[in-house]
Design a protein. Structure first.
Length: 195
């Protein structure tokens, strides 16, 4: 029996994620980093939404697609360079995901809706876009924040946490506050939220 357009698209996304040459070790097994990241995104979506629709699930799964192919170092240092890199990554991931969806049998309207979610259009107004942002923020706080906090100037880090927090939904705030963190990371988050 042929798989559904959803299953075909999900498999195609994960096949691209699995091409990531960077790997992490999980219980003694080497896993492509981006495939692992996509799995964490989907796991957070399950905690955020009881019954997310298929389009939101695809947007969350495709949000970080093939990021290793365009490294941050290809862009200028500083905020403008970072924002340009992030915008370009979202555009490329959105286009690729939409193409995979069309190839699997989705229509243009559905493919474009997912592409908009991945590009973070409608943040704060569109449920799918908010879900993508919430999952990305939660994955960052859960897995990257501790190391990231050691590489960034204190005041800049506080501003980053504050900006991240503003983009998150109340449900994501609740989940973020329940994350296990080192005492140092927790203190930084508390300082940012108090300011």
């Amino acid at each position: 029996m042929p798989s559904s357009p959803f299953d075909q698209t999900l498999a195609a996304l994960d096949a691209l994620h699995a091409e990531d040459p960077r790997c992490i070790s999980l219980q003694g097994e080497s896993v492509p980093k981006e495939l692992w990241h996509a799995g964490r995104m989907s796991a957070w979506l399950e905690r955020l939404h009881e019954h997310p629709d298929a389009l939101i699930q695809l947007a969350v799964r495709g949000q970080h697609l093939q990021r290793w192919t365009v490294p941050r170092s290809d862009y200028p240092e500083g905020r403008v360079g970072y924002l340009t890199w992030r915008r370009d990554q979202g555009q490329r991931a959105g286009e690729t995901t939409a193409r995979l969806m069309r190839e699997a049998g989705y229509g243009d309207e559905e493919a474009e809706a997912v592409s908009r979610m991945i590009r973070k259009q409608g943040l704060g107004r569109e449920a799918g876009t908010q879900a993508v942002e919430d999952c990305a923020c939660l994955v960052f706080l859960e897995n990257y924040f501790g190391d990231f906090s050691k590489q960034v100037d204190h005041d800049h880090l506080i501003r980053i946490v504050q900006m991240t927090w503003k983009k998150m939904s109340p449900r994501a705030h609740e989940l973020a506050l329940g994350l296990p963190m080192t005492a140092e990371a927790r203190a930084l988050v508390e300082e940012a939220l108090a300011g």
